[in-house]
Design a protein around this ligand. Structure first.
Ligand code: GLN
Length: 487
């Protein structure tokens, strides 16, 4: 079985009984095993469980009640709860946590017949841009194992890039799908806030967290997103909005946009770009030849995104993570001498350094006397950033920008400099703060390392984002390149 076979061909092969889901699943499980020592993409792989799901899928295929995803292997970021299988969130705190229920996104993919290969490695509680904050060790970038895969969904991105799974879920709070997609040379989409249910996704910053997916192309990502998305009464911020186009995707192929879009180029995103200027220029030309029109747009508050994001995300994290008290969830210290000692030592032992930094700064930003100066101000900046986008979308259908300032950096390079690490998110945090759909697609290489271009759409504008990405991928083959060691 070829590891990088397109999803549509896998689905056809399954339907035509050229191979079974069990055989397909087995081949991916073998690849995962072969590469686990070098890549460390997975925290948990449960072969028996995966093969049992594959057998059920084969049954369904035989009965003729299959969907586009029945029998197709998928991996889940270990932030998604999976009943009967541990969900660690990359933390010692949850190293032995078994959720009693499935996340809605997982349940929907399960119901469609997808086969869960395992749970992927990630930065602890999704806090990070390099996957170096995982309790389970760093993940290597398949293009160069000395470099980071990006974060926080680094395991999912690396697994898709190395052909260990055709699909993988991720979450994006400030860039955690788009940045690792760019660093690993795969396609990743973060939908509109509210599109994919947060139920069963371990919370980091609830006003920003959004589930999404990694795949080899926009067309393949769309198939999975169609299944994952939709209103969920179990998530109070789930969008009660039906998208017949998205929900109807199923088997049908993603078409190019009926009318070529007008695309805005935000000046602020091209200043301070380290790598990729030429690749983005080429991408623009390609899309222009395909009929798209480009205009310059201004997003004047872009430089406020990092400070606003890190105040808001930290503040929300500090409250969300207060539930890990050694009593109700997760790690509990040995022989506590008092309640205070139980809280203190359980949290001291259970959380890593970056998570502690966020809790401390987040609590500070929310505390009496500092609330107005930090949290409130960050919320005002958030609104200004959102207004910039809304103004831009008055005259353009989409925005095209770099996903990251540069290519994947060497492991260890930024670990001693949290602010430099945070600045990696300069081009991804604005769309998160505004709640907009955004995706990263491969657009070339610099020094042998993949580059990503980002497409940002208006709220619930996934169709324009995905179809334009598909248009680009019809005219380019960057998304079909694979790292030599895994080809
Ligand atoms: N890198 C950002 C952070 O550390 C974004 C993480 C994410 O999107 N989960 O917060």
């Amino acid at each position: 079985m070829q590891p990088f076979t397109p999803l549509a061909e896998l689905a056809r092969g399954l339907r035509d009984r050229e191979f079974s889901s069990r055989e397909l699943t087995r081949s991916f499980l073998d690849r995962i095993r072969d590469h686990s020592a070098t890549l460390n993409c997975f925290i948990t792989v449960d072969e028996d469980r995966a093969l049992a799901q594959a057998d059920a899928a084969d049954q369904r295929l035989a009965e003729g009640s299959a969907t586009a995803l029945t029998g197709i292997p998928i991996a889940h970021k270990d932030v998604f709860c999976t009943a009967g299988q541990r969900t660690t969130c990359g933390s010692r705190m949850l190293a032995n946590f078994q959720a009693p229920y499935d996340a809605t996104a997982v349940a929907r993919l399960d119901a469609a017949g997808a086969v869960t290969l395992g749970k992927t490695n990630m930065d602890e509680f999704a806090m990070g841009s390099s996957n170096e904050n995982s309790h389970f060790g760093p993940v290597a970038n398949p293009w160069d194992p000395a470099r980071v895969p990006g974060g926080s969904s680094g395991g999912s991105a690396a697994a898709v890039a190395a052909g260990l799974t055709p699909l993988a879920t991720g979450t994006d709070t400030g860039g955690s799908i788009r940045q690792p997609a760019a660093f690993c040379g795969v396609t990743g989409i973060k939908p509109t806030y509210g599109r994919v249910s947060r139920y069963g996704m371990v919370a980091f910053a609830s006003s920003l967290d959004q589930g999404g997916v990694f795949a080899a192309s926009a067309a393949e990502a769309a198939v999975a997103l169609a299944v994952m998305s939709g209103f969920d009464p179990l998530d109070s911020t789930s969008a009660d909005q039906v998208d017949p186009w998205l929900n109807g995707l199923g088997d049908s192929h993603l078409a190019a946009p009926a009318e070529a879009p007008v695309i805005g180029l935000p000046r602020q995103y091209f200043e301070g770009l380290q790598d990729g200027g030429a690749a983005l220029e080429d991408a623009r030309r390609t899309l222009e030849e395909a009929g798209c029109r480009f205009v310059d747009v201004d997003l004047p508050h872009t430089d406020a995104a990092i400070p606003a994001y890190y105040i808001i995300a930290g503040a929300e994290a500090s409250t969300n993570l207060s539930r890990y008290d050694g009593v109700r969830f997760g790690h509990r210290c040995e022989n506590p001498r008092s309640l205070e000692d139980l809280y203190r030592r359980s949290r001291t032992e259970g959380f890593g350094a970056e998570v502690k930094r966020r809790i401390l700064t987040g609590t500070y930003a929310l505390s009496v006397g500092y609330f107005d100066a930090y949290y409130l101000k960050a919320q005002k900046l958030r609104r200004l950033i959102q207004n910039d986008f809304l103004a831009a979308f008055g005259s353009v259908d989409l925005i095209l920008a770099p996903t990251t300032p540069g290519t994947a950096f060497p492991q260890g390079d930024l670990t001693d400099d949290p602010v430099a690490m945070y600045q990696q998110d300069i081009f991804t945090t604005p769309a998160s703060l505004a709640g907009l759909p955004a995706m990263s697609v491969p657009c070339g290489f610099a020094d042998g390392l993949p580059l990503g271009l980002q497409l940002i759409g208006p709220h619930f504008g996934e169709r324009a984002v995905l179809e334009t990405a598909a248009l680009y991928q019809q005219h380019t083959d960057w998304h079909t390149r694979h790292p030599e060691a895994y080809a």
